[in-house]
Design a protein around this ligand. Structure first.
Ligand SMILES: [Mg+2]
Length: 175
């Protein structure tokens, strides 16, 4: 467990993370943030590209599992059903509680687990506090969709120094 705001790895898009990248590091459980990592906030279902990526992961032996802070009723469930993966919603990241529960459900040790997410102060901090690998994904959009989302935009601004520290850890290809 560590209090770290710097991710272990960084990718521009979630679908750039490949099974080969994870398996070569002995990671076969990938915990997923949903909003602004796997899909924009206003999309109700995953894209075909994301469904194909999830199938590729499964075929290679990587388990995917949502650990989402979403409070919106039915949202995470709809994505999980379409991708045929497990989920925890209202996860309360950066608390490591939901990650520990996910490890129990999926029966994997921390060393074989990573969490991919777009927010430093929730996802990457949560990965560090949980003792698992943290993978930073560039947020799908930085643009606040509504006035109520301005707080999120401000948080992204506060995260900028930590994003810059991850620059030399950004993988440009899928491997
Ligand atoms: Mg997110």
């Amino acid at each position: 467990m560590s209090f770290s705001l710097v991710a272990d790895h960084a990718f521009r898009r979630l679908i750039d993370v490949s099974p080969e990248f994870l398996l070569s590091r002995n990671i076969d459980l990938l915990l997923l943030d949903l909003d602004n990592t796997l899909a924009p906030y206003d999309e109700p279902l995953p894209s075909e590209e994301t469904v194909a990526w999830a199938s590729e992961m499964r075929a290679a032996g990587v388990t995917l599992f949502f650990v989402s802070n979403s409070h919106r009723p039915g949202r995470v469930e709809a994505f999980a059903e379409k991708l045929d993966i497990g989920w925890i919603t209202d996860a309360g990241k950066p608390s490591p509680k939901a990650v520990h529960r996910a490890l129990e459900i999926c029966a994997r040790p921390r060393e074989r687990t990573a969490l991919a997410g777009d927010q430093i102060f929730t996802d990457i901090l949560c990965a560090g506090l949980s003792g698992i690998t943290g993978i930073l994904i560039t947020p799908i959009t930085f643009r606040p969709l509504k006035l109520s989302n301005i707080l999120r935009a401000l948080r992204y601004v506060g995260e900028t120094p930590f994003r810059l520290l991850c620059r030399n850890k950004t993988w440009r290809s899928r491997k």
